[in-house]
Design a protein around this ligand. Sequence first.
Ligand SMILES: [Zn+2]
Ligand SMILES: [Zn+2]
Length: 750
Amino acid sequence: MTYERFAEIVLDIPLNKKFHYKIPPSSINQIEIGKRVRVPFGGRTAVGYCVGFTDISDVKTTKDIIHVIDKEPILNSKMLRVAEWLANFYFCGWGEALETSLPSVVKRGIKTRTISVVRLCKDGASVKEMIPTIKKKAPKQARVLEVLTEVGEITVPELASISKCNTDSLYRLRDRGLITLNKRKANDSLFAGKHFKKTCHLQSTGEQEIAIRLIKRKLRERQYDTILLKGVTGSGKTEVYLQAISEVISMGRKAIVLVPEISLTSQTIERFKSRFDRVAVMHSSLTDRQRSDQWWDIKNGNADVVIGTRSAVFAPLENVGLIVIDEEHENTFKQDTSPRYNARDVSMIRAEYENALVVLGSATPSLESFYNAGIGKYECVTLKNRVGNKPLPRVEVIDMRLEKYRGKNQKYISDYLELCMKQCLSKKEQVLLFLNRRGFSPFISCRRCGFVLKCKRCDISMTYHKQKDAVICHYCFSDESVPVKCPECCSPGISFLGVGTERMEEDIRAMFPKYELLRMDSDTMRGRDSHEKALSAFGRGDIDILLGTQMIAKGLDIPNVTLVGVLSADTIVNMPDFRAGERTFQLLCQVAGRTGRGHKGGRVIVQTYNPEHYSIKYAALHDYDGFAKKELEYRKQLYYPPYGRLARIVLRGKKDQDVKERAADIAEKLKEAIRLTTGMAQSDRYKNKVEILGPAPAPIARVKDKYRWHLIAKADNSEKLRAILKSIENENRHSKRVQIMIDVDPYMLL
Ligand SMILES: [Zn+2]
Ligand SMILES: [Zn+2]
């Protein structure tokens, strides 16, 4: 044991451990908590984060830090703590969590782009006098001077385009001492050249007023707390957020607003920009430079409000007083690669460290949040009515089984929906059609032997895409040509079953040839702005029928949409996942919420083969509480969330046998941990409310040539679950043969 000061460094590796390094004299004045350092690690050098100091090292020989990278700490102590919590909770490395919390462009650094600017050396009046003389010999130079007397400072490219001069004329003018050429930081920031018309608070409804008053009262307490804002679609939740943010800014504090990727449109940003001056944006479609600029703007204290997607929960904002999570039930807040964190839950931890208030907003809260409000852990405030007292649209459920019996096998639009579409379109109103499945046909099957064409690498049926004339796997994106005969029995009777958006587009165009139709799914919306362009074309009324996947389920607020058709409510209901019912209900409510926004009202038609399903029934009644009560009964019986916590352990490998054996081994370790922590065997699971389900092949048993097995660990509380998972924390999770992934609070069980 040696007695000197060591730096505690965490590295970007899947191991939750602090490493000790000696601080050489050259680094002693530079090293600080929150700075990055370069260190030797396992025969190479690695970048680590300094998280603390210690006088005693647990290893005999410690190595020296090579050098300190940052001049100023890149992470403050609160963000270090948040990442530490994240690592402990989601079973990843502290360093891994820190890596996730910084955008890669910030870590890498980006050169500031400079641009040359031109200005006059002398005052405009005296230059003007000289122009006629110069004009005789050098008309181009004279033109430059004319422009400069008008505009003052201007960039070289702008000047070139106005005066049609070349750089030669500029150098001559500079040499004559008439102008200066200087370098300046290029201003290609996100909002450059954009002007936002300022707006004031809107007149709030009585319900909004109650919500705003509660939030303001809580903000003044300056303590961690959570409010669930449960408001039906169109009830004006955003206005509540805006007024809450205004309050928090007036208190000298700052706000983070998290929204799902798909709702972060330029209209959303504009709503915030037009209310507040210092708004920063963090989302995935920024360019590297914009992302870097925005991050540093926030870090340097130039933003009061950060609006962004999942990763904005790590925005380097100081003095956060409010975190808003809009559409808190959305699964896009959960990251589906390691670390598998949920930004909603990370927000709460951050808010705890910041003494901030969290506002969770949704029309269809997650069962977890609804339950927490029910037991008094969160405050709850409800907006039952739409702004302007517009009624929620009437929802009619069509039993597609009856349609089928009328001998219309290949028809995916019921007579009733067709009739309603005709009525709506003839009045020049717009129709939204929703189908949560892309491609032409999701099953390719043999009529003779029943063979279903599956991906060669994944356990998934191939989808036929007509336009590309290929069959494509939606998991690994591999494609093949369309088989002309059955690969199994060589019969030519290949049929294309089921329906995706591509096929629907064809059918609807044939039914309504006179109307403009646009299909919106990830096949047609590939460009950076295509999504926004499509939505604004629909908003202008250039499109009569908008057909799309979940892309169209959110944010659209167009008064002229008077009919929403859900072509199949069954795509999610039948998924082998305990959240299938909840997802179906949420999606139907979101889609239904796209209509009835104007004075013409709106109606919704839901086509299904499961009309008796409670999710569909309650969604048709707009009855969230009824749905939640029913769903909670089911969850309680099996202590599924919110009555318990889950973790999913997925094992993957090239050889099925290897994966199967490793899964059995992990299961044994987990069961042993149950015996140790509870003193009871797995067979007593109903008494001690902790159990291991599996191992079993995952519902999608093979992806990209790798076999998949999974286990579910289930316990009635999070501490118990953690204690069990601890037993496998230090297993080698990254061996070549079998990889092990731990997903705490999983959203997908496929
Ligand atoms: Zn066949
Ligand atoms: Zn595949």
